[in-house]
Design a protein around this ligand. Structure first.
Ligand code: FES
Ligand SMILES: [Fe+2]
Length: 389
């Protein structure tokens, strides 16, 4: 008897009314129209340290940001060290299944507690230096040779926890522990979309970190426009897509784009076994997380600004099915290699080239200019500017 798990797919009817409405609004490719727009942005917004610092203080240190997909901390006892945002963190899932985000610093003398970049499992978080230990909810569990401390106030030695929320299959946190713990940005509407995609139930197939010489906004730009797809990706995935605008919906500060693949024709999608074969969803979860659906997997990319010209991308490939047979393993392996090749060698490289080019000053007087096929980028910048004013 076969032990293979039957492959699960998502169908149109699994999606929310809002997602279905957007898909229904996709015109046939020959009826798709795109308005010309007049829009520019100054080079300084990609290069200036001042802009970077303001983005840090007014957006990345104040608003909830994605830390990791839930799939990275799937089980009770999962512990994930996380260093991308410049604040060393530990993400834990406690014995009740609740996720916590702690500052990765020992409350004895500050040592890093959990090292590396892979998730671990354990019932305690134990400091490598003098072996103080904490429960997964951050409460102090043990102090080695505790009798040698006079009047140690253990209540004050619990781990420092940041405000966090797990929703839509993503762990969000606010990196400034003194900032207001306001998670209203992660509202029911965006969570409903992510829940319909079952982001929280997916399996982590693989993850990879990319350290890029580019501004974080330039790294996100190609995921907000289809203009480059036929050109930059001409020799890879370009032929799978149509050269038409996407159907765009603002969901709070987030952006959803849906588009039909090259073979798409309106109507009849309710009979599709796998809706992601024909329709691509691309989300920008404000400020810096990109989710793209593909036929057999989903990509979750957290694009972290490190400096004006340094960006770390945490790429995650999630699958609805756990690969438990050679056929699905081969399918996911090929998918993983393809997606890392396309994003890593094409989109991310384009972002690095743009950063390099802007640094020459060649566009200082004329600014960066955007087409109607790139208008989602302007939507993202309007939201960013709203938060920075
Ligand atoms: S620094 Fe962690 S136990 Fe001493
Ligand atoms: Fe691309």
């Amino acid at each position: 008897m076969s032990t293979e798990t039957p492959i699960r797919y998502q169908q149109l009817g699994d999606l929310t009314a809002s997602q279905i409405e957007a898909i229904r609004a996709i015109p046939s490719h020959d009826e798709a129209a795109c308005e010309a727009i007049r829009a520019t942005r100054p080079v300084a917004m990609f290069l200036d340290d001042d802009v970077f610092q303001r983005e840090q203080s007014q957006v990345f240190r104040r608003l909830p940001v994605a830390i990791t997909p839930s799939a990275m901390v799937p089980d009770t006892g999962s512990l994930l060290p996380h260093d991308a945002y410049g604040v060393p963190l530990i993400v834990s899932r406690d014995q009740h299944g609740k996720v916590h985000v702690f500052i990765n610093a020992c409350m004895h003398k500050g040592s890093t507690l959990v090292t590396g970049c892979e998730a671990q499992k354990g019932a305690r978080i134990t400091c490598p230096y003098h072996a103080w230990s904490w429960r997964l909810d951050g409460s102090l569990a043990g102090v080695a040779r505790g009798e040698t401390f006079d009047c140690l106030d253990k209540q004050k030695r619990n781990l420092v926890e940041l405000p966090s929320k797990e929703a839509g299959g993503i762990v969000w946190a606010i990196l400034d522990r003194d900032a207001e713990a306001d998670f209203s940005l992660i509202d029911d509407a965006i969570v409903a979309d992510l829940d319909a995609l079952q982001l929280g139930q997916q399996h982590l197939y693989g993850h990879k970190q990319f350290d890029l010489d580019s501004n974080w906004k330039q790294v996100i730009e190609p995921f907000l426009e289809g203009y480059h797809v036929q050109r930059l990706h001409a020799n890879s995935v370009g032929p799978l897509f149509a050269d038409v605008p996407t159907v765009v919906t603002r969901i709070g500060d987030h952006i959803r784009q849906v588009s039909g693949k090259v073979e798409f024709a309106p109507g009849g999608l309710e009979n599709e076994k796998n809706i992601h074969k024909t329709i691509t969803h691309a989300y920008l979860l404000f400020p810096n997380t990109v989710i793209i659906t593909s036929p057999y997997y989903m990509s979750v990319m957290i694009v972290v600004p490190v400096a004006a010209g340094k960006t770390r991308v945490m790429y995650h490939m999630l699958t609805l099915n756990k690969p438990d047979n050679p056929k699905s393993e081969a399918l996911y392996k090929t998918s993983y290699e393809t997606v890392l090749g396309v994003f890593g060698n094409e989109d991310f490289v384009a972002a690095e080239y743009c950063y390099k080019g802007l640094r020459t000053g060649a566009l200082d007087e004329i600014d960066v200019v955007y087409s109607g096929l790139e208008h989602c980028i302007l939507m993202q910048y309007e939201t960013l500017e709203k938060h920075m004013n």
